[in-house]
Design a binder for this molecule. Structure first.
Ligand code: UDP
Length: 480
């Protein structure tokens, strides 16, 4: 935009402004909201969230956004896109990416307005948003990506175009372990879901998206150097071919804005001994078949350990049935084993649908977390020093499990039988091992080490604080 001298002066006194575009899923919006607060409080930015609308009920998103200071952070929802043409079994990742690509014209218009009304210095999209780069470039706004998961996964994204061109089989059939630079080796079967079937639309989406990553102006990663030193070092060494990478994490939800303060589970936790309770939760979207649900219930009971379990209704077809609609169930007695609630009432608490997870993890009574390994859950556990039982379900969670179990050694990994079911006896063994076994002690100590490292990374002179300051400087210097 050409400005006259007066216009340039006007623009100079405006605070630098960033447009943030999350893709669907509360797990994407939450860390972006926390990052936005950091940019406002520590670096004097103003922010507009531009939210692509997948047509689902967006109540949790609205609640999160309404709690923000409207002077500093505003938001707009784009018109809902339609998925009527898609088959029923479309993968979540395809739907997430399409929500964005189908919103590009509306996004273009909103961004254009911002270029005229604010000192817009960057467009920050989350990990599925790389397709926005053309719109951003057209409007001369530098496109940045906020990578909401590990550097390990980012390394796979960078290498994926090469793997795609040099292999023909499905990745689960690769005979050798794959060694990404600076990372723990992994099997192809542990790659993220959308690359597991070359004939699926989601695979094409990933090929296109991964190629676009290299043309981002920079990538801000929700991880920290001391958690994944090898991967971050390798990004630096690869130099020219890659955009600058800024590790700014762990960026997690700090205070609960979900209205659960002082609720039943926290009161229950207050009465339990220190580090004695297993928190059991599978993110915003995770669901189990009825058979698996029964095994999990029986396993928890068999373990004899204290637990809080956030339950959602079973689903026979998908492991992420609740992803687009964060909701669960009101009365779980219909799908839990007969008498389970009564038999476990002295040691266990079953919470339907949703619990204030960060508060539960920060509670002194919590001694372990049985998790689906979503990256937010992972970071929240690290920040609070809670060791894990890793039970990945969907997305890139198997990669997170490899990192947590084999790399960081802060988690026990679950194993399933030939039918893909994790059996109750095994579950009981993991739970006892984590809460009262010697192995659990080792994992807890390791986790406490990472808790300290995370605290250090976020301290005034810490690596993540400096890295965020660096990207803020770049943004401020880009357009004045
Ligand atoms: N969460 C919560 N209560 C619940 C379930 C989830 O507060 O009962 C929050 C959790 O603290 C985390 C997010 O929802 O911040 C889930 O993100 P994650 O990346 O772990 O998994 P996803 O839901 O994206 O699969």
């Amino acid at each position: 935009m050409a400005l006259d001298t007066h216009g340039q002066q006007q623009n100079l006194i405006k605070p630098p402004h960033v447009a943030i575009v999350p893709t669907p899923g509360i797990g994407h919006l939450t860390p972006l909201v926390e990052l936005a607060k950091l940019l406002v409080v520590h670096h004097n930015f103003t922010i507009t969230f531009i939210i692509p609308n997948d047509g689902s009920h967006l109540a949790p998103q609205k609640k999160l956004l309404e709690a923000l200071d409207p002077q500093a952070i505003s938001y707009i929802f784009l018109p809902p896109v339609s998925f009527d043409d898609l088959p029923d079994d479309v993968m979540v990742e395809t739907k997430i990416a399409l929500t964005l690509t189908r919103s590009l014209p509306a996004l273009h218009d909103s961004l254009k307005v911002l270029t005229e009304s604010t000192r817009l210095v960057a467009l920050l999209v989350d990990l599925f948003g790389a397709d926005t780069s053309d719109v951003a470039n057209e409007l001369h706004v530098p496109p940045y990506i906020f990578f909401t998961t590990s550097a390990f996964s980012l390394s796979l994204i960078f290498h994926f175009p090469h793997l795609h061109e040099t292999t023909t089989c499905e990745y689960r059939d690769l005979p050798e372990l794959v060694q990404l630079p600076g990372c723990v080796p992994l099997h192809g079967r542990d790659f993220m879901d959308p690359v597991q079937d070359r004939s699926n639309e989601a695979y094409k989406v990933m090929v296109r998206m991964c190629k676009k990553y290299k043309s981002a102006a920079g990538i801000v990663v929700n991880s920290f150097v001391d958690l994944e030193p090898g991967a971050f070092k390798a990004f630096k060494e690869q130099g020219q071919g890659l955009p600058p990478v800024y590790p700014v994490g762990p960026v997690i939800k700090i205070s609960s804005a979900d209205g659960f303060e002082g609720n039943e589970c926290l009161k229950w936790l207050d009465k339990q001994p220190n580090e004695s309770v297993l928190f059991v939760s599978f993110g915003s979207g995770g669901t189990f078949s009825q058979e698996q649900m029964t095994e999990l219930a029986l396993g928890l009971e068999l373990s004899g350990q204290r637990f809080i379990w956030v339950v959602k209704s079973p689903n026979e077809t998908a492991k992420n049935a609740n992803y687009f609609n964060v909701q669960g169930c009101e009365d779980p007695s219909g799908f839990l084993p007969h008498g389970f609630l009564e038999r476990t009432k002295e040691v266990g608490l079953v919470v339907p649908s949703w619990a204030p997870q960060v508060k539960m993890l920060s509670h002194q009574a919590t001694g372990g977390f049985l998790t689906h390994c979503g990256w937010n859950s992972t970071l929240e556990s690290i920040v609070h020093g809670v060791p894990l039982i890793a039970w990945p379900l969907y997305a890139e969670q198997r990669m997170n499990r490899v990192l947590l179990v084999d790399g960081l050694k802060v988690a026990l990994g679950v194993r399933s039988n030939d039918k893909g079911i994790v059996e109750s006896q095994d579950i009981a063994k993991y739970v006892r091992g984590l809460i009262e076994g010697d192995e659990g002690k080792l994992l807890r100590n390791k986790m406490k080490g990472y808790k300290e490292a995370a605290k250090l990374a976020l301290s005034q002179e810490g690596s993540s604080t400096k890295s965020l300051a660096e990207v803020a400087q770049v943004w401020k210097g880009l357009k004045i």
